[in-house]
Design a protein around this ligand. Structure first.
Ligand code: SF4
Length: 252
């Protein structure tokens, strides 16, 4: 079952981002965080060249915190599509100052974007699924492929409960499309546990989450969700939910 906003807990603005930190929740989060750390430590020991794709969503901020606080030898990279919300850039700057680090950001190839825009229009992704997917490909998938080059494994912040497209998400799988191991350490985490971790450890997060944006991507393809809506309902909301992935996590 995928989560809806009404399943998540209270707050001044958004119930989801401020769960009540009960003893049971704190205990569960600590145990799961320890398991994530052990998993990532083992991945580094056995596979060495491990990288983490940080898209600055709440889940990715949990993993960023685990990796940087524990000085794990995992490279962190991000994709700047050129269409991100201002709040995401604000968070990127905050991450650099909070963790005293510099981000490793991949951009799309400018000539490909220029050609796409000239041929199809600046907001052509609204016109058809094919044009949306080709936009995601040039702005996300191709830069991801460059970022994964030479790596033995990558880490994502995906959770099984996020979407109908992710219900059977394993903690570890082989990524056939990119030909390397893929770890989804937060696969069994709930939305509530993610936010409990963020609150417990004062992890920086995207201000849009407080404004009912549970899942944040590019600005023109992300909207806030209403109470009761699926947590990924705000992504490419004009498309069929069974089809809503950007191409970063497709199976071959
Ligand atoms: S999410 Fe939207 S703007 Fe971003 S790459 Fe995909 S189609 Fe393009």
């Amino acid at each position: 079952m995928t989560e809806t906003v009404s399943m998540l807990k209270p707050a001044a603005n958004n119930p989801a981002t401020q769960p009540e930190l009960t003893d049971a929740l704190i205990t569960s989060v600590k145990a799961k965080a320890a398991a994530v750390l052990a998993l990532l430590q083992n991945a580094v020991t056995t596979l060495e060249a491990v990288t983490f794709a940080n898209s600055f969503g709440a889940e990715d901020m949990v993993l960023t915190d685990v990796i940087l606080k524990n000085h794990l030898a995992i490279e962190i990279f991000s994709l700047d599509t050129g269409r991100l919300p201002a709040e995401t850039y604000d968070l990127m700057a905050k991450v650099e100052s909070h963790y005293q680090t510099k981000l490793n950001v991949y951009f799309p190839k400018s000539e490909t974007v220029e050609f796409y825009v000239k041929t199809n229009g600046i907001n052509a992704f609204y016109d058809s699924i094919a044009l949306r997917k080709s936009c995601c490909h040039m702005r996300k998938v191709e830069p991801l492929q460059r970022a994964l080059k030479g790596k033995n494994a990558w880490v994502t912040g995906m959770r099984a409960a996020q979407a109908t497209t992710r219900v059977s998400l394993p903690v570890r799988e082989f990524d056939e499309a990119n030909k390397l191991e893929k770890f989804n350490p937060l696969s069994d985490w709930t939305e509530q546990e993610v936010w409990a971790y963020i609150r417990m450890f004062n992890v920086p997060y995207n201000a849009l989450h407080d404004q009912f944006y549970p899942s944040i991507g590019c600005a023109p393809c992300t909207r806030a969700v209403a109470i009761g809506e699926d947590i990924r309902a705000g992504r490419w909301w004009w498309e069929d939910p069974t089809n809503k992935e950007c191409g970063l996590h497709v199976k071959k």
